[in-house]
Design a protein around this ligand. Sequence first.
Ligand code: LRH
Ligand code: MN
Ligand code: MN
Length: 430
Amino acid sequence: MAEFRIAPDLVAIENEKRAVALKSDYEALGANLARRGVDIEAVTKKVSEFFVAIPSWGVGTGGTRFARFPGTGEPRGIFDKLDDCAVINQLTRATPTVSLHIPWDKADVREIKAKGDVLGLGFDAMNSNTFSDAAGQAHSYKYGSLSHVDAATRAQAVEHNLECIEIGKAIGSKALTVWVGDGSNFPGQSNFTRAFERYLAAMADIYKALPDDWRLFSEHKMYEPAFYSSVVQDWGTNYLIAQTLGPKAQCLVDLGHHAPNTNIEMIVARLIQFGKLGGFHFNDSKYGDDDLDAGAIEPYRLFLVFNELIDAEQRGVNDFNPAHMIDQSHNVTDPIESLISSANEIRRAYAQALIVDRKALAEYQDANDALMASDTLKRAYRADVEPILAEARRRTGGAIDPVAAYRASGYRGKVASERPASVGGSGGII
Ligand code: LRH
Ligand code: MN
Ligand code: MN
């Protein structure tokens, strides 16, 4: 039985206030879906079994290159972060795992595991960091890591990834996500081919150390910190990496890592078709890698991504098990509230995709009826599935309105009195 950070009685009182309205909304939606041939109970069950991992780094207040404005009660380290993650899971029941980032979350691994056990939290993919220098490291990553021209620097970056695997093994993780900032800022600065050869050789060394039941996720990103070329810049390069390394290697799609207007759902479909979709970093963006809350800017795109996932699931694609993780940075909101809301938005897209009439859609596609095919998707997207999400939370012990329950709990104020104020900063450019 997990330890709770918010009194279960408070959640019960908050739920009591909303129970009658929810029952009536749920029944009305159930009747509406029944007319479409959809069993609401089946959808609610699926939704309550759908989970997404919280990024440990997401519970702290983020910042930009210009400044960071700290929030109150910010976590002091991984143990406080796990407390905050437990709050999100207690109220949403959608986030029972945490994705760690090393060395940011470095601590005694037995204590991390023990704390996770106490809070009822498990661990999703490990994340390595060779995009910034850790204190005291011998070789700098200023000019790259796994693709660096210097063999000793590459070896150090490989070694760091092997350490992440060791930490992950001790806490029950089953995957390593590798994102590198390697690239160049000027045409001619780097030889594209040689840099990619070096990267592939270094990744092969990491792959060799991967336990049999682990997966290796490579994450592509178009630009930033490199502003002219990135070594792993897009899904095509990412696919080549996964294909070259072997069956345990798959591609991770961070929704914010593409050029504006890119058809991400189509990338997802392609990767699924060739068995290389490893998982997601969910977030939203308007311009670049904005790391905004999932569904905040383009909820329809999030739905279209889930439409591909449900299509694959219902077609019975072999070994289809993408990792669902959030990767966000919260500059102006309470990170706990943003992550609660994002987990709900992700479940919303999932629920909407579940109610797509796929038989009708296939028929419209085969009849070249573009208007009705599009309308079939829109019909599912337009459905207000909030009662399903709320009922799934209620039935599993969560809050009908998790942000309201969180605010009523006073959790932020409480931890603010225990955790010293963290420092702001001018960011990286001033
Ligand atoms: C890079 C990235 C990657 C990192 C995280 C902090 O932009 O998306 O996943 O690990 O941000
Ligand atoms: Mn990411
Ligand atoms: Mn990113």
